[in-house]
Structures are given as C-alpha cells and as structure tokens.
Design a protein around this ligand. Structure first.
Ligand SMILES: *[C@@H]1O[C@H](CO)[C@@H](O)[C@H](O)[C@H]1NC(C)=O
Ligand SMILES: *[C@@H]1O[C@H](CO)[C@@H](O)[C@H](O)[C@H]1NC(C)=O
Ligand SMILES: *[C@@H]1O[C@H](CO)[C@@H](O)[C@H](O)[C@H]1NC(C)=O
Ligand SMILES: [Mn+2]
Length: 383
C-alpha cells in the first residue's frame, strides 16, 4: 500500500473508533404501537406490532368463533365468506376476505383516532374480533350457503362480551360474492326481525331468478344478482330498503324497476350525487330507514372502477372512495344490526391494492356505525 493511502486508512480507522456513533433506537415506524420501551432490544415490547404475526382484519385478535367449546366473548365479529360461484361475470371473490385483511394491515386499534370525529371505535365499549373464514365447500353452492347460514347462527348465538350494552353480538361479513348476504340477512332476521337494507351497489340485485339464472334450475337461480329477490320472498327485508349508487343497465325498464319496488326498494342513482351531494344522499337514506333496524351491504362495485378495479362486475361512472366513506359515516345513529363488504376479487387489483384498501376502510366505517349505536336484540335459541 502506498504511504499516502496508509495514512488515509489509519486516519479513517482513528475517526471511526474515536467517534461515538449513536444510532436512533428504533425507527418510528418499526416501533410496536402499544408502547415504547427505551431499550434497543432487551426489554422491547414485542407483544404487538403491525405487520407481525398472522394477518387478521385490522390486527384484531383472532378468535375461533366456530369452536365447539366456549370462546372469549366478543361484541362485533368479522367473518370471511370465501364463496364466488354465484357470480355472473369475473370470479375471484372467494379470495376477497384475504384481500380485505391484507388491505387492512395498516389499521390497528392502537392508532385509530379519527381526525374527523376524534373517536377510536376499537377503544370504546365493544370487543371486536376476527373469526377467520367460514368453512364453505367450493363445489356445491347449496351446501356452501347452508354452511354459511350455520356459521352466522353459531357466531351470533354466543353471549356478547359487554352485556350491559347489548347481549347479541353483531357480524360484519367479508365477501365473497353478493350471494353471501342472504345467509347474513337470515341471521339478522333471527335476532332482530325484518330489516331495512341499505344496499350500496351499481346493480339492483333484486332480479327474479327466472330472469337472472335463466330458469335453468332452482340452483342456478340463487346467485349474486337475485339474493335480494329471495330475501324479499323470505320476508327478511322491509319495504323501507334503499339502493345507493345504482347505474348498471336493466334488462327490462318496466318490469325490472317495478319488480325492484315490489321487493321493497327505493333508489339513489350514482349521478344523483352530482345534484344533491353527499349530504343529500345521507338525508334520503337516514330518513328512509328511520325507526327500523338496518343492514348495510356494500358491494365494492358501487365505487368507480378507478377506485375499485378488483371486482366481479365492474361498472364505470361510480362514486369515489371518499364519497362512499362520507356517506357511510353520515349514517351514524342508524341501528345497524349487520353489514358486509362483498365482491372484492383481489386477482384484478393493482400493485397498490386500491380495491383492498378501500374495502378495508369500508369495514372500519361499518364497525364505527355499530359501536356508535348499540342495538338490543333477542338471544337466539336456534344454534
Ligand atoms: C364438535 O361437535 C360435533 C358435534 O357434536 C362433533 O361431531 C365434532 O367432532 C366436534 N369437533 C371437535 C373438533 O371436537
Ligand atoms: C361496557 O360498556 C359500558 C358502556 O359504554 C362501559 O362503561 C363499560 O366500560 C364497558 N365494559 C367493558 C368491560 O368494556
Ligand atoms: C310499506 O308498507 C307499509 C304497510 O305495510 C305502508 O304503510 C308503507 O307506506 C310502505 N312504505 C313504502 C315506502 O312503500
Ligand atoms: Mn351486488
């Protein structure tokens, strides 16, 4: 080595040994959010952190809600319904629950105070848990939907955690195609009777099974475009129900719309928002369901494909994610007894998870509505 380089090398060595380098303890975004321990590693709290462990919705605790034994009680249960063989266009929503959980990784009970209302709905009276997915066969729709009926019966029949507020736990379903709403409505009927459905969707979904399904078979008639017709037939839906965000074409303007009305629905179309704004939409929906129990079903295709490309039956000209969240949060005060986000088919999402992020935040809003307004219900004996 040349003498000058030697000098340089020894100077560098001197510098590094002479200077005390203090690294920041742990970068802010790597800190466990439950609390900050000043030690670098020893004593560091590793009991809870984002992106660690298995992925549940919003880093909530997992509870095996379908266990034969008694389980830790909960007030609001998230359950996945991996079912997509009732879809009429692109399949893939059986992986929706996984996609929505992935999209929710950054949401956590420790870091969820809203800048709009200052509240953290995970930290009020309710215990919110993730029950994982319902075991549904992927080869027989009739059996799968019966399995989902049973899943809802078992989960909703457990005694709630905070019985001073409400004895019956409420369920938020992660779809699955929209057919999965039917078992959820049967379950809310058991505890609360018929409900007003607020149905966010670009499609009506009240089609007569002989129209959508073609009358091929009874089996084919139970699908993601007919479940609201069937729910009406079964007496699960009140005539104070609403569609919001409708824009898809119908097959017969006279029959389809008349039939939809007969099923108990009124309509806010997607472009109505341009005229009456989010406040106008909120007012219509709130007044429309006043005094009744409400089930909120969000087909992610209510959003424009720019905001939710990953869905079974995308329709252009829809709402933005912000508009939808504003409208949902604006429904606070409604007695929401159940809810879902359906038709998320992650395979069509982009690397930024646009659809999954939106769906995860919609679930967050549904939790907010449920925590904001507790609802008493009768304890079912059917499970
Ligand atoms: C749960 O209960 C059912 C019916 O009693 C029984 O057939 C099944 O084996 C039980 N499962 C487990 C895992 O114990
Ligand atoms: C149950 O809810 C009540 C009313 O909001 C609250 O005061 C109480 O702390 C809750 N209990 C538990 C165990 O969370
Ligand atoms: C719903 O039905 C009741 C009676 O069953 C009726 O009084 C009411 O006007 C109906 N509401 C709508 C919006 O059709
Ligand atoms: Mn739908």
């Amino acid at each position: 080595m040349a003498p000058s380089l030697l000098v340089l090398a020894s100077t560098l060595a001197l510098t590094t040994t002479a200077r005390e380098i203090t690294f920041p303890l742990i970068a802010g975004f790597q800190q466990p959010l439950t609390g900050y321990d000043s030690g670098l590693v020893p004593g560091e709290d590793i009991s809870a952190a984002l992106y660690a462990g298995l992925t549940t919705y919003a880093n909530l605790p997992y509870v095996h809600c379908l266990s034969n034994s008694s389980v830790e009680p909960y007030d609001i249960a998230i359950v996945g319904a991996p079912f997509d063989t009732g879809v009429t266009a692109r399949p893939g929503a059986r992986f929706g629950p996984k996609g929505i959980r992935d999209g929710s990784r950054r949401i956590s009970p420790q870091f969820s105070y809203s800048v709009y209302n200052g509240r953290n709905f995970f930290r009020e009276w309710a215990t919110v848990v993730d029950c994982g997915d319902a075991p549904l066969t992927f080869l027989d729709n009739t059996v799968a939907l019966k399995q989902l009926d049973k899943t809802h019966r078992v989960i909703s029949a457990r005694r709630a955690a905070n019985t001073t507020v409400a004895k019956v736990p409420r369920i938020i379903t992660l779809g699955g195609d929209h057919t999965t709403t039917l078992p959820a409505l049967r379950s809310t009927f058991d505890h609360w009777g018929a409900v007003s459905v607020i149905h966010f969707d670009s499609h009506l979904d009240t089609w007569d099974p002989s129209v959508l399904g073609g009358g091929l078979s009874h089996y084919a008639g139970v699908n993601h475009g007919t479940f609201l017709h069937i729910a009406h037939e079964e007496g699960l839906v009140l005539n104070s129900s609403w569609h919001a965000g409708i824009r898809a074409p119908v097959s017969n303007p006279k029959y389809d719309l008349k039939h939809d009305k007969a099923c108990g629905f009124q309509i806010v179309r997607a472009r109505d928002l341009d005229k009456i704004g989010t406040a106008g939409v909120i007012e219509k929906l709130r007044k429309g369901v006043e005094g009744t129990k409400v089930y909120i079903s969000v087909d992610i295709d209510v959003l424009d494909p720019a905001f939710a490309p990953a869905t079974g039956t995308a329709e252009v000209g829809g709402w933005t994610t912000r508009e939808l969240l504003t409208i949902l949060d604006g429904l606070s005060g409604a007695e929401v007894v159940g809810g879902d986000v359906v038709e998320v088919a992650p395979i069509y999402d982009n690397p930024g998870e646009t659809t999954a992020l939106a769906a995860a935040e919609v679930v967050h809003s549904l939790i907010g509505l449920m925590v904001d307004t507790p609802v008493k219900g009768k304890v079912s004996t059917s499970a």
